[in-house]
Ligand binder design. Structure first.
Ligand code: COI
Length: 357
């Protein structure tokens, strides 16, 4: 066990009204911080008050975006335990993003220890009602004060915590999605697989235009042919076609979602045929015309399982399952929520208990 120094706030805050949390607007009293310097490695792990910090205006992250992040969740179970879902899988993906962005590898065991220590300290900030959680945002930024383009020699790692409700204002109700045929998010050989700010910056223009047209998100197509479905940007996407579950195959430009993995694993256990492959929008619209596109839903840490009620592409709109949450999406949501809030036992070892209150 590494010794993690702790400096506490003099006046702790408290959890806001659980029914009005929204997503990502509140933060707990403390955060975890650690520094990196070439030759010294990652050092000085510590828990500090959540507050502003200083950076040089030349800090490299501000100019060239060398940064990565993760998104995980802690839950308060019905029997008042604080648990984290699939911690090791998220930390492994954090290191994969680090590799892609030339950020030095982090010790996943130390991060797990630090996260649980921080969560124990902030346990009273974990909301308990169904649909709420404590969103965990680890991130790393490049801090060299230098405006030449290179990989930084210094970095700062943070873990901040935010009590949240549903990601979409519509909650678990179906969202309408525009299939984006003008802009692209990422291309094979690029950094689309990494959880890095650039991928989210690349999504903003399309997102703003889609919102103006009345959609809540865009569905990205592959950048080379604008033909095959990739992801939604805040979630991976699944299609239930004629009893089979189909999701785009990971190809380097799609984020390797942990909730995506969970959906695939549970669906297979339930005996559903799951295929990871290329799927074109043409094929989707044809399946709809044949009456075989039974359900569409997104999966993500923030979005959990999010049913899609409408897909619009080049002026053509299809309505899925009468714009209602389908039975399979509901069953998946209920199962995942059952594990996370402790109503169901966890045969997979996905639920890590941090503390019991
Ligand atoms: C997540 O699902 O954790 C995400 O990272 C999506 C978004 C909030 C950036």
């Amino acid at each position: 066990m590494t010794d993690i120094k702790v400096k506490t706030v003099s006046k702790p805050g408290s959890l806001p009204d659980e029914s009005r949390l929204g997503f990502g607007a509140y933060f707990t009293d403390h955060m975890f911080v650690m520094d990196y310097e070439t030759g010294k490695g990652w050092h000085d792990p510590r828990i500090e008050p959540y507050e502003e910090f200083s950076l040089f205006p030349a800090a490299m992250v501000l100019h060239y975006g060398q940064a990565i992040f993760e998104g995980m969740k802690a839950f308060r179970t019905v029997d008042n335990r604080i648990v984290v879902f699939r911690t090791k899988d998220y930390l492994q993906r954090f290191n994969r993003s680090a590799e892609i962005l030339c950020i030095p590898r982090m010790d996943a065991d130390l991060l797990e220890q630090a996260l649980y220590q921080l969560l124990k300290q902030e346990a009273h900030w974990v909301p308990g009602r169904l649909g709420t959680s404590l969103y965990i945002r680890p991130f790393v930024i490049a801090t060299d004060p230098y405006v030449g383009v290179k990989s930084s020699d210094t970095f700062k790692l943070f873990i901040i915590l935010s009590p949240v409700g549903a990601y979409y204002a519509s909650g678990f109700n179906p969202v309408s999605i525009k299939v984006e045929d003008k802009y692209v998010r990422a291309i094979h050989g690029g950094i689309g697989e990494a959880k890095t700010p650039a991928n989210y910056a690349a999504s903003l223009r399309a997102q703003v235009e889609a919102k103006e047209e009345g959609y809540s998100q865009v569905l990205w197509l592959d950048a080379a042919e604008r033909k095959y479905v990739e992801e939604v940007g805040t979630m991976n996407i699944f299609f239930k076609i004629n009893g089979e579950l189909v999701t785009p195959k990971l190809n380097g430009s799609i984020l390797s979602g942990i909730t995506r993995r969970t959906v695939i694993e549970i669906s297979r256990e339930w005996g559903v045929n799951v295929t990871e492959r290329q799927i074109s929008v043409d094929e989707l619209f044809e399946a709809h015309d044949r009456g075989q596109l039974e359900e569409v839903f997104g999966s993500g840490t923030a979005a959990v399982i999010s049913p899609v009620g409408e897909l619009s592409w080049k002026g053509r709109k299809i309505v899925i399952n009468n714009n209602q949450t389908g039975p399979f999406s509901q069953k998946l949501f209920d199962y995942v929520a059952g594990l996370q809030y402790g109503n169901l036992s966890d045969p997979h070892g996905w639920v890590n208990e941090v503390t019991k209150l």
